[in-house]
Design a protein around this ligand. Sequence first.
Ligand code: PLP
Length: 439
Amino acid sequence: MSNADKPATSALLKQAHNNMPLGVADSYRYWGEENTVFVKSSLGCTITDADDQQFIDFRLAYGPIILGYRDSRVDQEVVAAITERGTISGFSTELDSQVIELIKQMCPNIEKMRFANSGTEAVIGAVRTARGFTNRNKIVVVEGGFHGLYDEMMWKSDVDNWDSETQAAPKITAFGGGIPEASREHLETVPLNDFAAIDEVFTRVGDDIAAIVIEPILGNCGSIASSQEYMQKLRDMCDANGTLLIMDEVKTGFRVAKGGAQELYGIHADLTTYAKAMGNGYPVAAFGGRSDIMDVISFGKKGVTHGGTYTANMIALSAAKATLTILNETNAYDSINKAGADIQQVLSRVFTKHGIEHQFAGPDAMFGIHFGCQVPQNYRDWKKTDSNLYTEFAHNLIKSGIMLEPDSREPWFICESHKDIDLAKLELIADAAMAKAIA
Ligand code: PLP
């Protein structure tokens, strides 16, 4: 069903066009007049739109939902906290340390932290701290990574308009208007898993590189993962050069394992950013790592400034405390990983039946699907996959009640509630969606 058959959605979108650019509160929510979604309610792993179509949701709001929508264990703790204690006071509460101590149990490399309200803010804090600690300027990022909507990180490798047959690197372009050219002055971009490129940038400007900022598994490029060797190379290069390794675990943190991607690799970052899954959908984020680095956050001429009116508010921290306690003390990850593996098996059977070469990338809790014969190693490889077929398949799934981002750069997210979905039904829907996509 498209919006042509959805009177309530069409009316809401029409009204919203009078109130917001594109009629949405976040530009990525605009899927065109035919497909933009208005949600009425959510529960478990489902969302229901304004016209009462229910979807099994694998998009999960771009990843924060890890237990399920409206998890009563989390919601009750938040309601109790704000009704008994209020939302903010502009002062500290005992929750600050309680949440960090929980995180330290799950992520043993974290020594000190600060909170933030979004992944973007957490990255800003980590990068500023790294620059303050090293007294250097440059930041190295990986093509296809995403670190939030602030000017310096809003430069992308333009793989969409790149000819994959050439050897030349894709152009680096701004996300859009309003981004000053000067904001890219200190940004260096390398392709993931390319050892020569990282050597080249360290040879050229190594003594001014404050940090490498990397999503260890590209949660914004189909869950393409850094190889173990590449991650070790980054760790070694940083150690040898006095550069900090910042792992942006906004998507992977508390999702792919208790200790995030760092637990899977067994390699520690100097600083890490967290958000999304740490609050099961409540807006909470944090960054932290080595004490000696974090302690540059201070006053004075050399002290790094960090703070914010809403930082560590009661809603955010009570949600984080409840979510992290559940993730730490129950077998939620077993359920999530099993559901993710089962779903991939179902999808793989469907693709094979239709003769579609396919690859899954990344961990079970956050996997990418790539049509083609090889698992992509970086964003340039992704360009060689059949992303158009994926988009067609995804749109057909959405029409039949399976929600996902119709772009293969966004992974399938799994939450604990997916453990109860009807896999046979999913297989039938996926089968019909693929049959239609290749017809
Ligand atoms: N870093 C990563 C890896 C992300 O995936 C995102 C958002 O998707 C961000 C940072 C920015 O987070 P937020 O949207 O909460 O500002």
